[in-house]
Design a protein around this ligand. Structure first.
Ligand SMILES: [Zn+2]
Length: 120
């Protein structure tokens, strides 16, 4: 079973995890004899030698937060013309959320003005 895990010092690429890894060591008297030391987080765990310590983590893991790759857009405030000559103000936030001052948006939280600005 020990060979099932990649040996950490043979890793060509670092293991990508979404959060800072923790080391889980067997506790004498709690875990059965032969329980191995593992390190990882959130569903990704690798077996490591008992001498593995937190200072070794940067050599083995890359922490990549999923939300770090989320699309960021330029915030915008635009005045758009309605079909009957009225004007509406459409705002787009950094996260891409759009709002509009028209009646349709007030009731449906969506409108063609907001959709148009969202695609810019
Ligand atoms: Zn609108």
């Amino acid at each position: 079973m020990a060979n099932h895990y990649p040996h950490i010092f043979d890793l060509k690429n670092k293991v990508v995890v979404p959060c800072p890894p923790i080391i889980v060591r067997p506790i004498p008297g709690v875990h059965p004899l032969g329980t191995r030391t593992i390190v990882g987080c959130y569903g990704t765990w690798i077996e490591v030698p008992p001498s593995f310590d937190y200072e070794h983590i940067p050599h083995v893991f890359t922490i990549r937060q999923p939300w770090a790759t989320m699309r960021q857009v330029e915030p915008l405030v635009m005045t758009v013309a309605g079909s009957k000559g009225q004007t509406y103000t459409v705002r787009r936030s950094e996260s891409g959320q759009t709002t509009c001052t028209c009646v349709g948006f007030k009731y449906r939280q969506d409108c063609k003005h907001a959709q148009t600005v969202a695609k810019l």
